[in-house]
Design a protein around this ligand. Structure first.
Ligand code: FAD
Length: 468
């Protein structure tokens, strides 16, 4: 059948990966069609991920800080929460961004086709709209950016409305009295932070021996300590069963020692990871390989095993982060149009926007040990940072890992307020091949939290020993 539309570059999925790829390809002069099943651009990140979570985390932070200022002589009284208004504000933030994207698409003459897209052949995608009508789009090049979705668990009654995923948690329909958060990863912890501040009694269950498994324990410890005062954090614990009963969700929790306990909750947030959408888009009809988990393998140019089809973002692998998707997008758009671009990032930073924030980039100490690297480290405690103390906070730390032979920076872990913003300098330092002296001799403004990075490097070098 003849195609209804032809694209020089077809992009499937309009998340950070997809819209970035579409815009770049259009800027390079290509006729671009962007296919998105939702009737809004922005994907998970803008609509049900990065942005709404950060808006709610901001509210949580204001609530917590207002409460804590009472200890320092400024009292506000208990916050009164107008949930409709808070939700409305969060939605308005999303709308501003997604509306901006729609404008940018229009400006670039990117054709947006709304509907569920599936590859029908190596050169066509069939799009089914909500009303069942179908459109066939032929393409010269395709970029797959169909993202990921939350993992579900077989022993959880996901069809019960009281069982929610991150999307449900961000919808902010009510403030549950008792909330069980299944999974102590970044998404679970961020949502726990929000609901704790809003007044829920929160229990976080994590299978591994620490929250944010994979990150160095000392970097995570200040978060575990602070959040642990407000929420119950159970590590080395698994949920083995959930029974939906009229008056609550009854969960069976099993500790490492085999101890079993039951507890009832009003809501259960399942945040145990995300799975790629690779098996839901008909890639087999295009000859594109997808592994059993749904990931699509790509090379440095983001090219799949089929030379004219590229893939980017969550669907190509970890870390599933928006800033990885946008950078891969640019490469895929350029490579698809014959440019010699390649994805060559040395490091990709990760951030938990909890309170304190936890941020990491490059090699962690765990990894340095596991890989047998000849590394050295220094840890600068924020208790010695005037700026941190002025924020009423002393628990943060900046940890730097250097290659002992070259003195080059390998990795950084930061925990404390604004750690997510601070980690960017470390990412730049690693990309630029900076060594300890470069960092220590870079003059950081005083008094800022950014100084802790320079001071950590100086501690490593031994050019300061006493902490001020
Ligand atoms: P997505 O954003 O998943 O976009 C994929 C798009 O494809 C979607 O719009 C989907 O509707 C569409 N689609 C899928 N299949 C089809 C189809 N067959 N036809 C048509 N359209 C289709 N990352 C960060 O970097 N920072 C954060 O702070 C952060 N916070 C997060 C918080 C939460 C609660 C969640 C869930 C995620 C968070 N992430 C964060 C991760 C981030 O959202 C993802 O890494 C990012 O959205 C991935 O972008 P993507 O373009 O690969 O895919």
């Amino acid at each position: 059948a003849a195609a209804d539309l032809h694209a020089e570059v077809l992009v499937l999925g309009a998340g950070p990966g997809g819209y970035s790829a579409a815009f770049r390809a259009a800027d390079l002069g290509a006729k671009v069609v962007l296919v998105e099943r939702w009737n809004i651009l922005g994907g998970v990140c803008l609509n049900v991920g990065c942005i709404p979570s950060k808006a709610l985390l901001h509210a949580a932070k204001v609530i917590d800080e207002a409460r804590e200022m009472a200890d320092h002589g400024v009292s506000f009284g208990e916050p009164s929460i107008d949930l409709d208004k808070l939700r409305g504000w969060k939605d308005s933030v999303i709308k501003r961004l997604t509306g901006g994207l729609a404008g940018m698409a229009k400006q670039r003459k990117v054709t947006v086709v709304t509907g569920l897209g599936k590859f029908a052949s190596p050169t066509t995608v069939e799009v089914t709209a909500d009303d069942g009508s179908k459109k066939v789009i032929s393409f010269d090049k395709a970029i797959i950016a169909a993202g990921s979705e939350p993992v579900t668990l077989p022993f959880i009654p996901h069809d019960d409305k009281r069982v929610i995923d991150s999307t449900g948690a961000l919808a902010l329909e009510d403030i549950p009295e008792k909330l069980l958060v299944l999974g102590g990863g970044i998404i679970g912890l961020e949502m726990a932070t929000v609901y704790v501040a809003l007044g829920s009694q929160v229990t976080i269950v994590e299978l591994m021996d620490q929250i944010i498994p994979g990150a160095d324990k000392d970097v995570v410890a200040p978060l575990a300590k602070r959040l642990g005062k407000k929420a119950e954090i159970l590590v080395k614990t698994k949920v083995t069963a959930v029974k939906a009963e009229a008056d609550g969700l009854r969960a069976t929790l099993e500790g490492a020692d085999g101890a079993v306990r039951e507890a009832a909750f009003d809501r259960i947030l399942v945040a145990v990871g995300r799975k790629p959408n690779g098996k839901l888009i008909g890639v087999e009809n295009a000859g594109v390989n997808v592994d059993e988990r749904g990931f699509i393998a790509v090379d440095k140019q983001m090219r799949t095993n089929v030379a004219h089809i590229f893939a980017i973002g969550d669907i190509v692998g970890q870390p599933m982060l928006a800033h990885k998707a946008t950078h891969e997008a640019k490469v895929a758009a350029e490579a698809s149009l014959g440019h010699k671009s390649a994805f060559d990032a040395k490091v990709i930073p990760g951030v938990a926007y909890t309170d304190p924030e936890v941020a990491f980039v490059g090699v962690s100490e765990n990894e340095a040990k596991a890989r047998g690297l000849n590394y050295g480290k220094a840890v600068f405690p924020w208790a010695a940072s005037g700026r941190s103390l002025s924020l009423g906070r002393d628990e943060g730390l900046t940890k730097v890992i250097f290659d002992e032979d070259t003195k080059r920076l390998l990795g950084v872990g930061i925990v404390g307020p604004s750690a997510g913003d601070l980690i960017a300098e470390a990412a730049l330092a690693i990309e630029m091949g900076a060594d300890a002296e470069d960092i220590g001799m870079t003059i950081h403004p005083h008094p800022t939290l950014s100084e802790t990075f320079g001071l950590a490097a100086e501690l490593y070098e031994g050019t300061i020993t006493d902490l001020i």
